[in-house]
Design a binder for this molecule. Structure first.
Ligand SMILES: CC(C)(COP(=O)(O)OP(=O)(O)OC[C@H]1O[C@@H](n2cnc3c(N)ncnc32)[C@H](O)[C@@H]1OP(=O)(O)O)[C@@H](O)C(=O)NCCC(=O)NCCS
Length: 166
């Protein structure tokens, strides 16, 4: 569930109409349609969808969440000085997308907040140092930077946000 009573966030399930989802980026649509269920079954990713409380089939947006370890060499040197010298536990938002018709009304923000909230709850049981996201393009990077994410290293499209700073 979300803080907004008219919206529901729940794990991707059979009732959801994956075929109708379109966010303007083919790779993200195809993932939901062809790969997401398999990744869930194999425990490679958890997929959460957002929908209107009044319509349990139409997917308005989704994100994927997986465990990850961050290599210290990919972190900025000022941070590394204060950290143990081994890979750090993290949570990865591998994909996040909002359907074209629903973009620009805050759903991306709601999804990102849900992923962080879920990870924070989990990190009381299994430590998680940071949230990591894979940004597909410069637009996506700008979206995440708006929430305080910074580049993990210059060679990849990964950004991170230490949970301590949330
Ligand atoms: C990028 C995307 C997830 C944003 O979702 P959204 O629901 O449209 O975004 P929101 O309405 O929640 O916007 C939240 C904030 O991010 C900002 N924002 C949204 N898209 C942005 C962009 N492309 N660049 C910079 N900032 C952006 C908004 O201005 C808003 O800021 P505010 O709170 O200060 O007003 C969505 O546009 C999308 O799915 N795009 C296609 C797929 C994609 O590129 N996914 C990226 C992840 S790989």
């Amino acid at each position: 569930m979300t803080d907004k009573p008219d919206l529901v966030i729940e794990p991707l399930g059979k009732k959801h109409n994956r075929a109708a989802f379109s966010c303007g980026t083919d790779e993200l649509d195809t993932y939901l349609q062809r790969q997401a269920s398999q990744d869930t079954k194999r425990r490679i990713a958890r997929i959460f969808v957002i929908r209107s409380a009044a319509d349990d089939q139409t997917i308005l947006g989704y994100y994927t969440l997986s465990a990850l370890s961050i290599d210290l060499s990919s972190l900025p040197s000022d941070l590394v000085k204060k950290l143990p010298k081994h890979p750090l536990p993290a949570a990865l938002i591998g994909r996040l997308a909002v359907s074209t018709k629903s973009q620009g009304v805050g759903l991306g923000k709601v999804l990102l907040a849900d992923a962080i909230k879920r990870t924070l709850a989990l990190s009381d049981e299994i430590a998680v140092y940071a949230m990591v996201v894979d940004a597909l393009n410069t637009d996506a990077e700008a979206f995440y930077q708006g929430f305080g994410f910074s580049k993990l290293d210059t060679a990849t499209n990964r950004l991170f946000l230490p949970l301590k700073s949330v």
